[in-house]
Design a protein around this ligand. Sequence first.
Ligand code: MUC
Ligand code: MG
Length: 367
Amino acid sequence: MKITQVEAIPYAIPYTKPLRFASGEVTAAEHVLVRVHTDEGVVGIADAPPRPFTYGETQAGVINVIEDLFAPHLIGSSVLEREVIAGHMGRTVGNPVAKSAIDMAVWDALARTLGVPMTDLLGGWTDRMRVSHMLGFDEPAAMVAEAERMRDSYGIATFKVKVGRKPFHLDTAVVRALREGLGDDVELYVDGNRGWSPAESARAMHEMGDLGLLFAEELCPADDVLGRRWLVQQCDVPFIADESAVTPADVTREILGGAATAVSIKTSRTGFTYSRRVHHLAEGLGIEVVMGNQIDGQLGSICTVAFGAAYRSTSQRAGELSNFLDMSDDLLTEPLEIHDGHLAVRPGPGLGVEIDEDKLAHYRTDR
Ligand code: MUC
Ligand code: MG
């Protein structure tokens, strides 16, 4: 079970439909595929999607930190030593996406070595999750058409609407059009990616008060400390901490400080090791969790559903699992499929997915 090699491979796959939101935009998946090889010939895989606008990481930076700082320590370690590996990576500050990809690739190598599916190894609660689709900025009619397409083609009935534009009426008009167009059977929630001030957020939430929203997420910066607490206190739906709560300690601080009342778990930024800690913490605090999306491709999405399906509380709400539908292609031999609004885990050992070597050769950018 000893690690013999670590690969960090950059690749780029264009989006058919770029995603735009208050803190940035993504037009191509410029990610890093991480592969951890063991002396038994097992290969664990995971994806690192750098998000400079959220965590400051870049594709080149992810590769550098893995090759220069993490890989030398990993070589010779056992894939059972997940806590030792996490502890060593923890000596480097930041870099959540790079650390998480290593962590999940090590877990995948372990699960493949044991011959068990990842969800079973993590917790084994269920084998699928309901899917929530993220709608990026556009005109109201285009966003309604997109949601209808997702509902009609994939059975998706939960939508996270990107908000945070100025003036805020641009976004409240979209949410109203979605509710009117799709009716009361769909679940809607909003994510501001810190785009509004606390006062704008409060006014926008008031204006959408009759639209039956499920949650509000990161409407204003958590650094607006008192303003955000004031906003959260008057919010009548759970207020999700996403990019303001990257570590378990951040979650504790944000929840106890009144900056949020729920948390988004993203395996791309907390791997499996720290996502478990966030999940346990949320259970102890008695707050809701949502499995979030770091603008993941198919490999990242299978990690999210593998974790989300493993536990009762992480599989209650729809998980953000459909971003890959907006990409022009992907790297897996058998593409993920969403049916009846659900994404299932793969039954094989580990994550149960394999990389298509021809596709990787085509999209990798280091050769
Ligand atoms: C989200 O939930 O915010 C956009 C920025 C980011 O870091 O993740 C995405 C989705
Ligand atoms: Mg968010």
